[in-house]
Write a protein that binds this ligand. Structure first.
Ligand SMILES: NC(=O)c1ccc[n+]([C@@H]2O[C@H](COP(=O)([O-])OP(=O)(O)OC[C@H]3O[C@@H](n4cnc5c(N)ncnc54)[C@H](O)[C@@H]3O)[C@@H](O)[C@H]2O)c1
Length: 310
C-alpha cells in the first residue's frame, strides 16, 4: 500500500516531510553513520522518538548540537523499543568482519537486560545470511539470561545510495523485513509503511539478509559485464558507452524484470549459447580475456535442464 507524502521543500534536504498520523515509537539507532543518520532522521520526520548511539564521541557531540538525543552507550530503555543496528560490517578479505556488530549487539543486550519491556533488535547492517538468527540472537540470549525484558530479532537491510542517503531513506524504493516473530514483522511494517515504496516481508531473517547481498551482487555483476563489453568495444575503436546505452533498452534481461529470474535452468535456444561462444571466440582471437563471459558459460554448463530463450 502506498501513502502520499508531502514534502516541506523549504528544508534543503527534504528531511521534513508531513506524514499521515502514526503511533510514536521509541527507536534506538545504534551506529549513526550514513545509514544510521539517514534512518534516524527519517524516523524523526515521521514523529517517532529517536535516540542515537555511536561509539564516536565527535558524532554524538554533533548530534547533540543538532538538538537530537544521542549517547556513546545505549541507556537501558524505558518501556518497549525498536533498536535498529546500523554499524559497519567491512570486508575481512574472505567475508564480513563482524567485530563491530558483535560489540554493538553485546552492548545492546547488556543494556536491555537492565530494563524491562518488549524490544525488537533489527539488523540494518549488511550481513551474511544466517547472521541475525545465529550470532545476533545467540549474543542477546546470553546477555538476557536472567532479565525480565523480552527481545525478538529481525532483519531490515538498508538499500539507500550513499550519494542520496537522506532522500532515499525517506523515499525507499523497497523495504525488506524478515523475522520469525509476527510481532516484529508487524511492528516494523507499521514503522516503515508510511515511507512508501514496495514492502516485502519474509518469515525468516535469513531471506531478508540474502535479498540485500543478492541486490548488491546483481549491481556489481552488471557493472562488471559492461566493463568487459567496454574492453571488447575498444578492440574495434568503438565507445562502449554507446553500445551499453542501446543494449539496456533492447535486451529483455534489462527491460523485463521477471526475465531470467527463475533459477535452476541452463539458458538454451537458438541464439544465446551460440552468440556467447562467438563473442568469447573473437575476443580470445584478438588476445582479450573475457573472464566474466567465460564464467557465464561455465555456470550455464553446470545446469542440465534447459530453459529456452531466443
Ligand atoms: N553507506 C551506504 O551507502 C550503505 C547502504 C546500504 C547499507 N549499508 C550498510 O550499512 C552498514 C553501516 O554502513 P554505514 O555506511 O552507515 O557506516 P558508517 O561508517 O558511515 O557509520 C557507522 C557508524 O557506526 C559507529 N559504530 C561503530 N561501532 C559501533 C558500536 N559498537 N556501537 C555504536 N556505534 C558504532 C561508527 O562510529 C559510525 O559512526 C554497513 O553494514 C553497510 O554495509 C551501507
Amino acid at each position: 500500500m502506498r501513502m502520499s507524502i508531502t514534502f516541506n521543500t523549504t528544508t534543503p534536504e527534504f528531511l521534513n516531510p508531513t506524514y499521515p498520523s502514526i503511533t510514536p515509537r521509541r527507536i534506538v539507532i545504534v551506529g549513526a553513520g550514513v545509514v544510521g543518520t539517514a534512518t534516524g532522521n527519517a524516523m524523526l520526520g515521521l514523529g517517532h522518538e529517536v535516540h542515537f548511539v555511536d561509539t564516536n564521541p565527535a558524532t554524538v557531540c554533533r548530534l547533540l548540537n543538532e538538538g537530537k538525543q544521542a549517547s556513546v552507550k545505549m541507556l537501558p530503555p524505558e518501556g518497549d523499543s525498536i533498536v535498529l543496528v546500523c554499524v559497519p560490517t567491512p570486508s575481512n578479505g574472505t567475508g564480513f568482519d563482524l567485530t563491530l556488530l558483535t560489540a554493538a549487539v553485546s552492548s545492546i543486550g547488556h543494556s536491555i537486560a537492565r530494563g524491562s519491556g518488549s524490544h525488537i533488535v533489527a539488523i540494518r547492517s549488511t550481513v551474511a545470511p544466517g547472521t541475525t538468527d545465529r550470532l545476533v540472537a545467540g549474543l542477546l540470549r546470553s546477555e538476557l539470561d536472567r532479565s525480565t525484558a523480552q527481545v525478538v530479532v529481525a532483519s531490515t537491510p538498508e538499500f539507500l545510495r550513499e550519494a542520496s542517503a537522506a532522500l532515499d531513506a525517506v523515499c525507499p524504493t523497497v523495504t525488506v523485513i524478515g523475522s520469525r516473530s509476527a510481532y516484529a514483522r508487524e511492528e516494523l511494517q507499521a514503522l516503515f509503511l508510511p515511507l512508501g515504496g514496495d514492502m516485502r516481508i519474509f518469515d525468516t531473517t535469513t531471506a531478508s539478509e540474502l535479498v540485500k547481498i543478492v541486490h548488491n551482487c546483481f549491481n556489481a555483476t552488471k557493472i562488471s559485464f559492461f566493463n568487459e563489453v567496454h574492453k571488447i568495444a575498444d578492440l574495434f575503436g568503438i565507445d562502449g558507452d554507446t553500445i551499453g546505452e542501446v543494449v539496456v533498452r533492447s535486451a529483455e534481461a534489462s527491460t523485463n524484470p521477471d526475465y531470467g529470474i527463475r533459477g535452476g535452468f541452463a539458458f538454451g535456444g537458438h541464439c544465446l549459447p551460440k552468440d556467447l561462444d562467438g563473442m568469447i571466440g573473437f575476443a580470445t582471437a584478438a588476445g582479450l580475456a573475457t573472464p566474466l563471459l567465460e564464467a557465464v558459460r561455465t555456470v550455464n554448463q553446470s545446469f542440465t535442464t534447459v530453459e529456452v530463450h531466443a
